[in-house]
Design a protein around this ligand. Structure first.
Ligand code: ZN
Length: 210
């Protein structure tokens, strides 16, 4: 039986991970699955992308890989089912919310200055750009194939694969903008991963407001 934790958010999930727990917060939210974004006014975001197992529960599908090849209608239905489960309006993030849940692209605490490619990598960066600790990008997933989720470090809010692996659609004043980049994206020196053209690899990061 999972121990219920008071409060929620990064402190709770860090505690939970350290103690091997799969906790729920007081409102019944699974903290292994959802993370509270303190600086986004009551927003909860899925810590991983939607999977085939989410869309077809009980179908024996993998929950290790993000779902990339389904229609918008199936995605809409899946978000609705998740919402019914939680009794909340589960949806795609807005662009503003995505920026808040992602935060700035992490930069190396050791290398000085802007992320210009250093000739000699420091121990923190090792053989690549520091962002490769958090993201599957073209530079560390050269075959362009989608990687299993949660294989890289989570961001400050406890979210996995925010950058790289698959693009994440967001709503933006009635239009869709795709954020975060994919395994086929080069690291962006200015940290901006966004496009209005539908990319080939798109995964879904559900959110809901508390
Ligand atoms: Zn470095």
């Amino acid at each position: 039986m999972a121990e219920a934790l008071a409060g929620a958010g990064p402190v709770a999930w860090q505690y939970a991970e350290a103690h091997g727990l799969a906790p729920v917060d007081r409102k019944g939210i699974d903290l292994d699955r959802w993370s509270y974004i303190p600086h986004a006014d009551g927003l909860w975001a899925a810590r991983s992308h939607l999977t085939m197992a989410d869309v077809y529960p009980g179908g024996g599908y993998s929950d290790r890989y993000p779902l990339t090849q389904v229609s918008e209608e199936v995605v809409r239905q899946s978000l609705r089912w998740l919402g019914l489960e939680l009794d909340r309006d589960v949806r795609l993030p807005t662009r503003t919310e995505w920026d808040a849940l992602a935060g700035p692209v992490p930069t190396c605490p050791v290398c000085p200055g802007p992320r210009t490619a250093p000739i000699l990598r420091c121990d923190a960066c090792r053989h690549g750009d520091y962002v490769e600790h958090f993201a599957w990008l073209r530079t560390n997933a050269a075959d362009g194939q989608v990687r299993p989720m949660r294989a890289k470090w989570p961001n400050a809010a406890g979210l996995y694969d925010v950058w790289g692996n698959v693009w994440e659609p967001c709503t933006d004043h009635g239009r869709t903008v795709y954020c975060g980049g994919s395994v086929r994206t080069q690291p962006q020196q200015d940290g901006s991963y966004a496009t209005r053209q539908r990319p080939h690899l798109v995964g879904i990061r559900p959110v809901f407001s508390a």
